[in-house]
Every structure is written in structure tokens, then in C-alpha cells.
Write a protein that binds this ligand. Sequence first.
Ligand code: 2P0
Length: 348
Amino acid sequence: MREEKAATTVRPRTPQGRATAVAHPNIALIKYWGKRDERLFLPWTDSLSMTLDIFPTTTSVRLDAEAEQDEVTLNGAPATGEARRRVVAFLDLVRERAGLSRRAVVDTENTVPTGAGLASSASGFAALAVAAATAYGLDLDATGLSRLARRGSGSASRSVHGDFVVWHAGRTTGTDEDADLGSYAEPVPSAGLDPTLVIAVVDAGPKTVSSRAAMRSTVDTSPLYRPWAASSTADLAEMRTALRRGDLEAVGEIAERNALGMHATMLAARPAVRYLSAATLTVLDSVLQLRREGVSAYATMDAGPNVKVLCHRTDADQVAAAVCAAAPGTAVHVARPGPGARLLNEDG
Ligand code: 2P0
């Protein structure tokens, strides 16, 4: 039998040698788009997300005294290329901090359907951070785990926590160490919300441009980037107030305008980065139509054409039906707020 333990209680002082952790994806309501430091994964702006209750990633890490290199398995197959390189670089960071050189066997199971338009890097690196920190014996609380997960993928810093989460960009001046310490995610209070995200998958194909490359070119070339970053800071302050009030309509309006603004910055990049497709716009039209009919439904899009529609739990079926009717062939998944990353303990 397995017993679940919240990440916040994980403070190993000696290497456990092996550990398994689970984490869920998150969807940003205030977007992370643009790094000021690519090596340390430091963003230009704060972002805010909802952790989902679907599509967990489970990762186990086992130290292997005999191995000469890390063995990384993803959904039962050996990881190759960039995916493997990122995991090994992350393990190198953990080893450096732990003062250990031992290689590891890493086994990851993603339950997110291929092409669902949900990046698995957030849940993947959050689960890897918790499992690797425990296996190698790093003494980290949830804030430290969030900082560590950030070094695998920026959005992973948020998946360490459940429900609504803010990721602080941190100070833009000072030493690398100051900057690293200041950039972590933490839970955000929300009152009386019953939010649901209806995830409309209009295109299950792989993305044409990685979000990493797209954010770099947006920051470097889009004349709209700086204005968006400034407005995003204001959006975040309003979003916190809306969450505290439990005002889903305000949360949705702020999230929708923040996402559209992010896509506008990309469209203005040179050359343009365009993730939104004709089917995306069709779904956006159906969301507007729902609002005209009095349904509180608000859209957000990430580095792809798929649309996540925020609504009240009681409206989720109606929203899903409207989206599918507007864009036939769309697959929908329904998500609610989910838990933070957890260590799974083999019990007995
Ligand atoms: C977000 N996205 O806030 C934004 C909005 C996509 C659009 O975080 O380079 O996979 O690994 O830090 O975290 C996708 O970026 O990028 C992302 P890296 P990540 O959710």
C-alpha cells in the first residue's frame, strides 16, 4: 500500500537512495512568457496558475552505484535527445548540491494524452524535483523544492503547490544567488470559488515552435513585450483581489485579457509567432456567445492552439457541449483544482 505525503513535509537530511513522487500540470491565468536569465530560469514577470486534478506525472528516482550514466525512461521507453538532456542536466544540478556523484535510474509515467496541448514539463519537473531531492538527500521545504523545480522548467515551480499558485519573478538586481532565492512559487488564497477548466483540444499535433524558443524571440524582437509585461504586473494584482473575493467572473476576465495580450506580443514578434489557429478562434467565438447567453465562461491559451475555458463547475457540461458543437472534432477534458506535488512512500 502507498501512503501519500505532502511535499511540504519532505525534509530528508540523508540520501534516501530512492523515491517516487507525483505532480499535476498547471494552467496559468496570468502567464509566464519571457526569461531574464535562461540558465537560472528567471522570468521577467510574476505569473499565477491553477494546478489541475487530472493528468498526473509519477516519477521515481533510484541511485545506482554501478551505473556510469543516468538511465532515463519516459512512458516505458528510453528518453532521447532534448528530453533526456534536460533530465540529466537537472540531475547534475541536484548532484552538485548534494555533493554526490552517483548516477540515477529515472522512470517517468505521464498520464496526459499525447497532444492534449498540456505541457508535461510542469508536472514532470515538479515530480522529478521532489523525487530527486529525496533520493539525493537535499534538505528542502516546499519553497526550496519550487526553486529547484524551476531549474527544470519555469512552470514546474508552480506545480509543486496545489490550487492557486503565484510564482514570484524575484529581484532583478543583485547576485545570482539573490535572484535564485527570490524566484519561487507559493499558494495564493482564494475564497469560495468553484472553478472548472474545460480543456478544448482542437489540434492534437505537436507544437511547431518550442515555448522556450518562442519566448526568447518575443522578448528580443516584439515591440509589445514590455507593455505586456507592465500590464501583466497590474493584472496579477487585480487577480489576487479577485481570487480573495471569490469572484470567478473577474478572475476569468483578467485571465482572458492577459492570455490574449501574451499572444498579441507573439504576433508582433519578428518573425511572428502564431500558436492560435482558425479552430482556436472558432472556440473563442463560442466562448463569447456563451457569455452573451449569460454563462460565465472565459478563455485562456498557451503555447498551442488549444483553449482552456474557465467556468463555474455547474456550467461545465454546457460549456463543453457548446465548444464541441462550434468546433466539431474537438476533444474536451474537464479539470478542477488539484493537489501539489507529493512524495509517495512504499509502506511495508
Ligand atoms: C505559462 N507557458 O505560464 C506559460 C504560458 C506557456 C504559455 O510556462 O522554458 O515549459 O521550460 O521554462 O515552463 C511554458 O513554458 O518553459 C509555459 P521553460 P515552460 O504556463
